[in-house]
Design a protein around this ligand. Structure first.
Ligand SMILES: C[S@@+](CC[C@H](N)C(=O)[O-])C[C@H]1O[C@@H](n2cnc3c(N)ncnc32)[C@H](O)[C@@H]1O
Length: 858
């Protein structure tokens, strides 16, 4: 696989240096050395060991005078005692090395890791909160823009995750205190209790026994989603604050892809790697496993490219002496790589003082190339766009230009038209043209790319066509006229009209078959403009070749092949069904073909915290924001219902030493699991079931275009459902298909860029339990004037029943292909559980959302 091409420079890596025990003041000179060493930033603790000792001293003297808390008559402990609070005095000059200076913008401040905001002992939790707020206030004063906040401690004896809510509450205060600071909560990818060890001087072990619960001797197990759970609680408490971000610590052994993809959907703005993440290559240099490289590559494609922090990988060259002078032994000596002083004495010639950094810089050069849609959509990842209203709003030329860049769509249309023409001719079907030409109409021709393709298809198939192009956008129509003159040789009859009021193509009847339709005074297209090319440009059989006497016997005929491209991100959301209904009567009733022949809408539930936060922010000025389906290039999302195997099974496999990679090996970005994307509904054309227009109405009723569906999605892992990701598939003709569905796109129309997915938001995220089920009810509604969607999500937990059942009730499906994976997956669960039965318990339910206010006008 190629690396980034020169026209696609790829993401630039910003790499920082973190030293757990850095204890030197940071000044401009130090920052200079940081840059000289090829780092972009460094971390600095806000306070000094002096402050730490002072707080420990305060606590110890306070505790020595404090009576141990007892239960009061009401049964609460400590909370109602009138105890004198312990107040940490303001920082003194020995408590911090930080001073506001020009270096401040290059540093990431680090909050003390010895505090325990989650402590079950209120005294320790409060002391920790005070330390946090003092440090945040001082960092804000100094102008620090980024803070690294050690994540919540999840285990306290027999208590697990109890204090996270205190932590979250304290972070909320901190966010308000530092209004220009971005807070990065430093989290492990999984909750591994064995890694949560207290070190000397930590406040956690000082929690008083009365507040602890003895553990029951059963060591807590690894919880794959334990740290994500804590994060979810914190950010929910802080209302998805845009300055609340994740610093994700990459472990030596990466967790399963389900966990990786969850973090990929979160606002990870820092990736931290310590020396234990690295393997050694044959030459003894640090390298990362393929799995680590793949995950980094995936993360680096996010809209906001995370920074990398190399932690405890050795000193910054030139600063080693300063650190040693402070009595800090470089932790590198423990990492197995030579220290600077060791190397100074060695005879090795090409010594690299920062091998981890060199590796990361090299990794940047080797990033896999972006896919066409990624390249096309740079800057649009996770950016909410209101869907187009092409019926009521005329598109700008630039919008057409963007469509026309698609390397697949037009090619596939040409293939479809060619096939249809060849079939027509091979099957010797009669045409609607007296001369035997196949009458083709491109309806909604835009600037004409499909017209060009139809002409090419005719040539390719060797089948003569009478080509019509209908477009309602008067501005685009100017370009169609120009193309007809300069490129198409006047071969196309152009009609400026809404296709729904077009009366159809007109042809000169063969002798003896004329009907009474005369042209001259009327063009037969009320309110429309039929473009007349210069005399002689058209072939003689064309309706548009009228010039007085020799064009007296024109009559309407049918269209044999209608070509349209009116699809939106959710197939029918730009009213393709309603537009094509309007010309249904013009299609050859026996052999007529529509390209596309059919299209279907698909969706799957997703976790999308960034989109949720953006929708919430928009709600302030627009209450309809959470009721709007958005077009979005989805990136930072996690599929809540997926199969266990990734789309590309080679990528993302677990790291082992022999899968480590040297500098030359190509990298694949991790592919996460294949989602369960299910079909909501479909439409096909021509449609034999359109009701007749009642005499009392000027339009046909639209109730036949109403759809509804109820689909069930098994969710293997717990998560938060923020909305639904929607896609479409379409059969253009025969086996020529287009798809944006991530499951079928690769096979049907890889590299197509014309459509981003659609996102149906939920006002309030719904929590989904492990082995839960998400059931979505969705409608396509109409009042004959506009079309809108309604959607609602329910979440179920599966509760084992005592009575054994073999068949489990699945929700009713209607209006859709009921290829629900739920029944199948649950059968597997039942088998796993020895045929034990389950009962569904509803644990959450969204509002019934409706886009009626922003409905698409017909
Ligand atoms: C998505 S664009 C496709 C343009 C072009 N066929 C292409 O593939 O690049 C849809 C076009 O259909 C036109 N359109 C939509 N509804 C229409 C209608 N009812 N009658 C005529 N044109 C319509 C729009 O103005 C727009 O030019």
């Amino acid at each position: 696989m190629d690396n980034y091409a020169s026209d696609d420079p790829g993401p630039s890596f910003l790499v920082g240096h973190h030293e757990s025990n850095r204890a030197v003041p940071v000044d401009a000179d130090m920052i200079f050395k940081v840059h000289e060493a090829n780092y972009d930033m460094l971390t600095v603790p806000i306070t000094t060991p002096h402050f730490h000792s002072r707080v420990l001293g305060l606590l110890s003297s306070y505790l020595s005078k404090l009576q141990s808390p007892t239960y009061d008559p009401i049964g609460t402990m400590g909370t109602s005692q009138n105890t004198r609070p312990l107040v940490v005095p303001a920082l003194s000059k020995q408590d911090t090395h930080l001073t506001p200076n020009e270096a401040t913008s290059q540093i990431v401040g680090v909050i003390s890791s010895w505090i325990d905001l989650c402590s079950p002992d209120p005294l320790i939790a409060d002391l920790s909160r005070q330390v946090l707020l003092l440090e945040v206030a001082y960092a804000a004063f100094c102008g620090i823009g980024y803070l690294l906040v050690p994540g919540p401690k999840l285990h306290h004896g027999g208590l697990h995750s109890e204090g996270v809510v205190y932590y979250a509450r304290a972070i909320q205060d901190a966010i308000n205190l530092g209004p220009y600071i971005q807070f990065h909560i430093w989290l492990r990818m999984t909750d591994n209790p064995e890694l949560e060890v207290d070190t000397m001087g930590d406040l956690a072990p000082l929690a008083r026994e009365e507040y602890l619960q003895p553990d029951e001797g059963i060591p807590p197990k690894l919880d794959l989603f334990g740290t994500w759970d804590a994060w979810d609680l914190i950010r929910k408490t802080c209302r998805y604050h845009t300055r609340l971000l994740v610093a994700l610590s990459m472990p030596k052994q990466l967790p399963p892809l389900t966990v990786q993809s969850r973090w990929h959907s979160e606002p990870v703005h820092l990736l931290t790697l310590d020396s234990s993440c690295f393997l050694k290559n044959q030459k003894g240099y640090p390298v990362l496993s393929k799995a680590h490289q793949a995950l980094i590559a995936k993360m680096m494609r996010l809209r906001t490219v995370p920074w990398i922090l190399l932690c405890d990988v050795g000193p910054i060259p030139g600063l080693e002496d300063m650190e040693d002078a402070e009595g800090n032994k470089s932790p590198l000596s423990g990492s197995g790589y030579p220290s600077l002083s060791q190397v100074a004495g060695s005879t090795k010639k090409h010594f690299d003082p920062t091998p981890h950094l060199s590796y990361i810089r090299n990794l940047q050069q080797r990033q896999p190339p972006r896919t066409p849609i990624e390249r096309f959509g740079v800057g649009y990842q996770d950016y909410l766009q209101a869907p187009l209203q092409p019926l009521t709003v005329n598109l700008e030329s630039i919008t057409y230009e963007v469509f026309e860049k698609d390397p697949i769509k037009y090619e596939w249309y040409e293939r479809a038209i060619t096939k249809a023409l060849k079939d027509w001719s091979e099957q010797k079907k009669p045409t609607s043209h007296p001369d035997g030409k196949v009458v083709v109409a491109v309806v909604g021709a835009g600037r004409g790319p499909l017209v060009t393709r139809a002409l090419k298809a005719s040539e390719e198939a060797g089948v003569e066509i009478d080509l019509w192009a209908v477009e309602k956008n008067q501005n685009a129509f100017v370009l169609l006229q120009r193309h007809n003159e300069t490129t198409w040789g006047g071969k196309v009859t152009l009609v400026q009209s809404d296709m729904r009021s077009w009366k159809g193509p007109r042809v000169r009847q063969a002798a003896g078959t004329e009907n009474q339709d005369h042209i001259g005074e009327s063009l037969g297209i009320e309110d429309n403009l039929l473009y007349t090319p210069k005399k002689g440009e058209n072939d003689p059989g064309r309706a548009s070749d009228f010039s007085g006497q020799n064009t007296t016997s024109l009559s309407y005929t049918h269209v044999d092949i209608v070509v349209s491209e009116l699809l939106g991100s959710f197939a029918d959301n730009e009213l393709s069904p309603e537009c094509l209904d309007g010309i249904n009567h013009l299609i050859n009733p026996v052999h007529g073909i529509s390209i596309p022949a059919s299209y279907s809408a698909h969706f799957t539930p997703v976790s999308a915290p960034k989109l949720h936060s953006d929708v919430m922010n928009q709600t302030v000025s627009n209450p309809a924001a959470p009721e709007t389906p958005y077009v979005v290039m989805l990136h930072a999302i996690d599929f809540l219902s997926s199969q266990e195997t990734p789309i590309n099974p080679d990528a993302g496999s677990q790291n082992t030493a022999n899968r480590s990679s040297g500098s030359a090996a190509p990298i694949n970005a991790t592919e996460f699991q294949t989602p369960f994307v299910q079909t909501a509904w479909s439409f096909s054309h021509p449609n034999p079931n359109i009701p007749d227009q009642p005499p009392s109405r000027s339009t046909i009723p639209n109730s036949h275009n109403v759809r509804q569906t109820r689909l069930s999605f098994p969710a293997q892992n717990r998560g938060a459902c923020h909305g639904l990701a929607g896609y479409f598939e379409t059969v253009l003709y025969g086996d020529v298909e287009l798809s944006t569905n991530p499951v079928t796109m690769e096979e049907k129309s890889a590299s197509m860029i014309s459509w981003f997915p659609i996102y149906f938001p939920l006002k309030t995220p719904l929590n989904v339990p492990d082995n839960g089920e998400i059931v979505v009810t969705m409608y396509r509604q109409t009042d004959d004037r506009k079309v809108w969607y309604e959607w609602m999500v329910e979440v179920f937990a599966l509760e084992r029943t005592s009575v054994s059942v073999t068949k489990r009730a699945t929700p009713a499906m209607s209006g859709a292909q009921s290829n629900s994976y739920s029944a199948e997956s649950l059968k597997i669960k039942e088998n796993d559980q020895g045929r034990a039965g389950y009962r569904r318990v509803r644990v959450g339910m969204s509002d019934l959302h409706s886009s009626i206010k922003d409905g698409c006008l017909m």
